[in-house]
Unconditional design. Structure first.
Length: 178
């Protein structure tokens, strides 16, 4: 394999796209939003079609999670609610609301960073994404750049609480559920 094609393949790695989601999470941190970021990849072309970070405070909207905003952008891009050719990368295990949106959008693959021991809906608290009774259930891979994702969350909550984070903070446990 030539150096050029191996560089291209490296750009398609889960770590590369999770790095893009982490850039979004850092943008959230900078504007005092809970630092969760998401990107959506067109699997056929390797092109990012959506990128977002949490904006609940800015929009005063409890549904303005990174995943929801990215799904909305991707649906607009494709002019369809079915996102069957996409991969969602998100820095934190999706919550119940976001997992429901992922199922409804028919996203075939989800990759996340840190687990969310308080609200995760893949395997931490709920098993929405792993539930074969759904009309659609995506392939899910957790633990990609989990340490970086978890540390960003811990730092954010530590700053806001004036010290150490409480046990069970989002991102306090990292990696895939097992």
């Amino acid at each position: 394999m030539s150096d050029e094609s191996s560089a291209f393949m490296e750009d398609l790695s889960p770590e590369h796209f999770m790095g893009e989601a982490l850039k979004e999470a850092r943008r959230a941190y900078e504007v005092e939003e809970v630092p969760v970021g998401a990107v959506i990849l067109d699997a056929a072309t390797g092109r990012l079609v959506a990128r977002a970070h949490n904006q609940r405070e800015l929009l005063r909207d409890p549904t303005a999670h990174a995943e929801i905003l990215a799904i909305t952008q991707a649906a607009d891009y494709y002019k369809s609610w079915r996102l069957t050719g996409c991969v969602l990368y998100v820095t934190l295990e999706p919550c119940l609301m976001c997992a429901g949106a992922i199922v409804q959008a028919r996203i075939p693959e989800v990759v996340y960073g840190a687990v969310d021991p308080k609200a995760g809906a893949h395997c931490s608290v709920f098993e929405v994404l792993a539930n074969s009774a759904n009309n659609h259930f995506p392939r899910v891979q957790g633990g990609i750049l989990a340490d970086e994702s978890a540390e960003l969350l811990r730092s954010f909550f530590r700053e806001r609480r004036g010290g150490e984070g409480k046990k069970g903070d989002p991102g306090s446990s990292n990696g895939a559920c097992g």
